[in-house]
Design a binder for this molecule. Structure first.
Ligand code: MD5
Ligand code: FE
Length: 202
């Protein structure tokens, strides 16, 4: 358990034992709610492809960012949160000092080489006292970790296959992003990185 800053801890390789079950569940979610690249309010298309499971899913379109109980591509509810997802998120949160974490959504981000996520804050959730648990699978990425102000300098932190980070306390609202993914091939995920992002949104 590596402390990263106030409220944030890195659980190196914490998800490794569960990877086969996680990937099987991920592919089942993506079969019911396929990955899609969404449009941001400014009109650009995100380079990261996303889908969700749980009671709500994070979406963006020309009208803005929000959580939706249904998948806008199908009109159906999102797939239920798979048991191995929920179990890992709750166990990791508890190890990091958040024994009561009850995630109601998991956003699944898929990065292919070149995909990136610009510096942003996660502020679309009702309860920002709850932590966010993030699980990295497949190709490694460089995480950019800034401060509470957009222009604060950003640390660069490698996130590898199986790593879990719990973002709670003051870190919950810090600016962060992912540098453009490097070219590569992972034996279990191929040419991509997945990130599972567990949140209490509603
Ligand atoms: C990722 N996803 O690797 C990251 C993992 C997103 C997103 O940023 O919004 O989908 S979540 C990293 C995170 C969450 C909340 C706070 C902080 C980082 N932080 O304080 O640095 O695809
Ligand atoms: Fe984020």
């Amino acid at each position: 358990m590596v402390p990263l800053g106030p409220g944030a801890v890195l659980l190196t390789a914490r998800a490794l034992d569960g990877v086969p079950a996680l990937l099987e569940a991920l592919h089942a979610v993506a079969e019911a709610a396929p990955f899609r690249r969404m449009t941001v309010p400014g009109g650009h298309t995100m380079s990261v492809a996303m889908t969700s499971c749980g009671a709500a899913g994070w979406i963006t379109d020309r009208r803005g960012y929000r959580y939706s109980a249904t998948d806008p591509d199908s009109g159906r509810p999102w797939p239920a949160m798979p048991e191995p997802f929920r179990d890992l998120a709750r166990a990791a949160a508890a190890e990091a000092g958040f024994p009561d974490f009850q995630p109601d959504t998991c956003l699944i981000n898929r990065y292919e080489p070149g995909a990136r996520m610009g510096l942003h804050q996660d502020r679309d959730e009702r309860d920002t006292d709850a932590p966010i648990v993030s699980v990295s699978l497949g190709l490694a990425a460089t995480f950019l970790w800034g401060g509470l102000l957009r222009n604060d300098p950003a640390r660069r932190l490698p996130l590898r296959h199986g790593d879990v980070v719990v973002w709670g306390g003051p870190s919950r609202l810090q600016f962060h992003g992912i540098a453009p993914l490097r070219e590569g091939e992972h034996p279990l995920t191929g040419r991509c990185r997945y990130n599972l992002t567990f949140r209490r949104a509603l």
